[in-house]
Design a binder for this molecule. Structure first.
Ligand code: BG6
Length: 501
């Protein structure tokens, strides 16, 4: 039995009045509750500095569930039962008394449950509070039992390699590594978890999964949304820190990693770190050639006008922050040497869609007259969950005429089960003490190491080749140029309800 499985558990959320709590954490915990996935004794302690009356607080959380849960409106009776487990603790993270009060609540919960319980401390807070809260938990001896006490830290984990290292050291002095759960919510997505199954439970692909058969890989995470109300954070971060350093590099790791000896968290994480360590580091000149950055100007997305990024709330009027990145990366190891991995992400693009495409090589010797489209494997992560293999087939008739067809696996057609949200899977893993889908300290640092030459070059040449693109378009044309000679264009991404065909 894993440490903590089915033990009474308390999840303390710091930043209880924030967006993440309302949109993601409480809807996820509520769905786990209605799916009978939470342990028999559980409580959620919500901490924030705002004075808030408990009923009003819970009503606001209910509104969040109704608006954001994958299951739609909460059932009144179920919500009322669930809400009995939630309590609000008003407190300033900077003050000792907040943690004294928290301790009293946790002790009361433990006394009531008459056995050791799991204590999870979720940092749903701005980065400046991470060290403050971590230190207070340590000083109050609230998080010292390394099999039972855990902290969950959201991204951004540092703003560069140095700050990430510093934060790792700070946390490492107070908690054991196995108590620290660094979230990258992409790893909790159902279709992302399925890539492991696809690669390592289907041996048929293994002999093809290398430089001999794969021409290139495209990883696209496109977003329709702009920066919205997050300009204050985003303008200091940009797409490279916000999306590439974490989500896109993690997708790349799962595609490129070697088969671990077992399905075991440390072995899986070791295999991913190895990929990151083999990504070719770029000189400034290579950065300018291999990494394109863009920023959206005014335009419209699906007929709705969008302001230019520089006109968004809390964004500097002359900001050079990138809202789009396309990069060509190489992994210098035996499996991948010479195979480009093209990564692309951006805001205010025409669709909301995340897709990985593995483009296989063309046959070295052709026996048919028709043009042949080389095989292609498409893994759609969202909005549709789908895997599709493109291959050539003979068109029925009296002549030998060829045409590409697709073989599809869609979740919708194959399963009746509903798809859990990433945060449901991740929160359950934290409660169960399973760190597989969380970032280990060395993983975060290795990912920062990959992006540091890019950040350093952009810092040195702030405005150099910042490509502007109109909101609602596919980003700067330089991003397409980057693909040459491997591909003419990025593969088309499907919108919701559309197949990737
Ligand atoms: C977050 C980024 O980590 O991921 C956001 O901070 C981004 O800027 C979001 O919009 C995308 O996540 P998803 O699950 O909507 O693809």
């Amino acid at each position: 039995m894993k440490p903590g499985k089915n033990l009474p558990s308390v999840v303390t959320i710091f930043g209880a009045k924030g967006d993440l709590t309302k949109r993601k954490l409480i809807p996820a915990l509520y769905n786990l509750y209605t799916d009978s996935q939470l342990p028999p004794g559980f409580a959620i302690v919500c901490v924030d500095f705002l004075a808030e009356e408990e009923t009003a607080f819970k009503n606001d959380l209910l509104a969040g569930v109704n608006e954001f849960s994958r299951n739609g409106q909460a059932k009144e009776e179920e919500w009322n039962e669930f809400a009995k487990h939630i309590n609000y603790l008003q407190g300033d993270f900077m003050k000792k008394e907040t943690f004294d009060n928290l301790k009293t609540r946790l002790e009361a919960f433990d006394a009531q449950n008459k056995k050791d319980s799991v204590h999870v401390f979720y940092f749903a807070v701005a980065p400046r509070f991470i060290e403050v809260i971590a230190d207070a938990l340590y000083e109050h001896e609230l998080c010292g039992r390394d099999g039972l006490d855990r902290i969950v830290v959201e991204k951004p984990f540092g703003t560069d390699l140095d700050t990430a290292k510093k934060l790792n050291r700070f946390l490492g002095k107070r908690f054991a590594e196995k108590q620290i759960y660094r979230i990258d919510h992409y790893l909790g997505k159902e279709a992302v978890q399925n890539i492991m199954a696809f690669r390592f439970a289907n041996y048929v692909f293994e002999p093809l999964w290398n430089r001999k058969f794969i021409d290139h890989v495209q990883i696209s995470v496109a977003e329709e949304v702009g920066v919205g109300k997050r300009g204050g954070y985003y303008d200091g971060a940009g797409a490279l820190r916000d999306m590439v350093q974490n989500h896109l590099l993690q997708l790349l790791c799962i595609i490129a990693m070697e088969r671990p000896g077992f399905y075991e968290s440390e072995l899986i994480r070791d295999a991913k770190v190895k990929v990151l360590k083999h990504i070719r580091p770029y000189t400034p000149q290579q950065v300018l050639k291999n990494v394109i950055r863009g920023q959206y100007t005014a335009g419209n997305v699906h007929g709705t006008p969008r302001p230019a990024y520089r006109k968004e709330e809390q964004v500097q009027a002359a900001s050079n922050t990138e809202t789009f990145v396309a990069a060509r990366l190489f992994i210098d190891n035996e499996r991948w040497k010479g195979v480009p991995f093209f990564l692309r992400t951006g805001k205010s693009l025409p669709v909301q869609s995340s897709v990985i495409t593995i483009q296989f090589k063309d046959s070295p010797h052709k026996i048919f007259k028709d043009d042949i489209t080389p095989n292609r494997l498409v893994i759609s992560i969202q909005p549709e969950l789908e895997i599709s293999l493109l291959f050539e087939a003979k068109v029925p008739g009296l002549k030998m005429k060829l045409k590409p067809v697709e073989m599809d696996f869609t979740y919708q057609d194959s399963y009746t089960e509903t798809i859990p949200e990433a945060y449901e899977a991740l929160l359950l893993d934290v409660l169960d003490g399973n760190p597989t889908l969380f970032m280990r300290a060395d993983q975060v640092e290795a990912a920062w190491k990959v992006v540091m030459p890019i950040l350093d070059t952009w810092k040195k040449y702030p405005a150099k080749e910042l490509h502007l693109y109109k909101a609602g378009t596919w980003g700067p044309s330089a991003a397409t140029e980057l693909l040459k000679p491997y591909a003419k264009d990025w593969f088309r991404l499907a919108a919701r309800g559309e197949s990737i065909k």
